[in-house]
Design a binder for this molecule. Structure first.
Ligand SMILES: Cc1cc2nc3c(=O)[nH]c(=O)nc-3n(C[C@H](O)[C@H](O)[C@H](O)COP(=O)(O)OP(=O)(O)OC[C@H]3O[C@@H](n4cnc5c(N)ncnc54)[C@H](O)[C@@H]3O)c2cc1C
Length: 329
């Protein structure tokens, strides 16, 4: 038995039967051809809550960075699935390439990015993703999908739906815009506030602002075990929205389209009385109720049970069912 505690950001004690580190595409293709047994694919473990023993685990650690195309306005750059995502962001910023500076400091590996279409501060991975290279689990064959084939949505993609378990991502290609042709995205109030009244805002300025905001409001998983946002922000139809607003006129919301609004899950959890509340070894983070934290020696089961209480309480208070963003394994 191998401990998975160092491999999950919740820092829960969990074990697997075997752990295989995969460092090349060739090794991944060969392993897929060799065995059809169930395996769990692991990146950085920062969106995973281990409740059961997942059996065999493959740790995707394929690293490389390669410019595959260069044009006057942009570069297409391929990044191995095992690259730390924040290192990819730092690479782009250091090379004056724009597009992912708003996604700084999201923990985890690059290969997990397309699974839930990571996003933050008005930018999603799909906005810059050109293609995804995958190895088919059942055959070991390698395929490349254009981003438009992956049905990306809010924290969603085909990899979480009909392609679940079908493919293992080995690399992704990003279309990064050269600074002279890039318009930085400062649409989020927090970023604008952090940058101040500066005239020419650079890629580096946005990166620095995001790093500073995130460091001040989110717990560092190396210090306090957590998986970031535990739930997605619910998207509700106008009937549900109007019921909410008539009972809670102060409820914040964001327009999704003409028929839907997005309600911040953190606000719902906070209003239901969970912010800063701890039960046993699990709690809701005091600065952001959407983040469930391991305050000591919690097991995955304890975290899951706590999250179910939060879910039930929000459903009772607002009639809205929160959907998990975290993958329960
Ligand atoms: C403090 C904190 C803040 C966070 N902030 C954000 C945020 O702002 N925005 C956001 O979107 N997310 C955020 N997250 C969630 C998390 O960082 C992302 O979901 C990240 O992409 C997970 O990467 P990982 O390598 O750790 O994934 P893992 O937890 O290892 O895996 C996640 C899922 O992807 C699958 N998977 C992983 N790698 C591969 C692969 N190569 N091929 C196929 N399947 C694979 C796994 O089987 C699992 O189902 C945050 C998490 C934390 C702890």
């Amino acid at each position: 038995m191998i401990s998975l505690q160092p491999y999950n950001s919740f820092q829960v004690k969990s074990h697997c039967d075997s752990l295989t580190q995969i460092t090349s595409v060739q090794q991944l293709e060969e392993l897929c051809r060799l065995t059809n047994d169930d395996v769990h694919i692991l990146g950085g473990g920062s969106n995973s809550l281990f409740v059961n023993n997942p059996g065999a685990v493959w740790l995707i650690d394929i690293k490389h960075v390669e410019v595959v195309k260069e044009r006057e306005e942009y570069q297409l750059v391929r990044f191995g699935a095992g690259e730390e995502w924040h290192d990819v962001v730092k690479y782009a910023v250091a090379n004056n390439l724009g597009g992912i500076e708003n996604l700084a400091l999201i923990p985890g590996k690059t290969g997990a990015g397309p699974i839930q279409n990571i996003g933050a501060y008005g930018v999603e991975l799909k906005d810059v993703l050109q293609s995804v290279s995958v190895v088919e689990r059942s055959t070991g064959n390698r395929l490349e999908y254009h981003a438009s084939a992956c049905a990306f949505g809010y924290r969603n993609s085909k990899f979480k739906q009909e392609w679940k378990g079908k493919y293992i991502i080995d690399s992704i290609v990003l279309k990064l815009t050269k600074a002279d042709y890039h318009t930085v995205n400062t649409s989020y109030g927090a970023i604008r506030k952090q940058i101040g009244k500066q005239d020419a805002v650079t890629i580096q300025d946005v990166f620095d602002a995001v790093v500073s905001i995130r460091s001040s409001k989110l717990p560092d998983p190396k210090v306090i075990g957590n998986g970031g946002s535990f739930f997605k922000n619910p998207i509700v139809n106008l009937d549900v929205y109007h019921q909410l607003i008539s009972a809670f006129p102060e409820a914040p919301s964001y327009q999704v389209d003409e028929e839907h609004k997005k309600i911040p899950a953190g606000w719902l959890i906070d209003q239901a009385g969970w912010k800063g509340k701890t039960i046993g070894n699990v709690g809701c983070y005091e600065k952001q109720a959407l983040v469930i934290i391991n305050t000591g020696d919690a097991t995955g089961q304890e975290v899951l049970e706590f999250s179910a209480m939060v879910q039930e309480s929000v459903a009772d208070t607002f009639g809205i069912l929160l959907e998990r963003e975290i993958n329960v394994v």
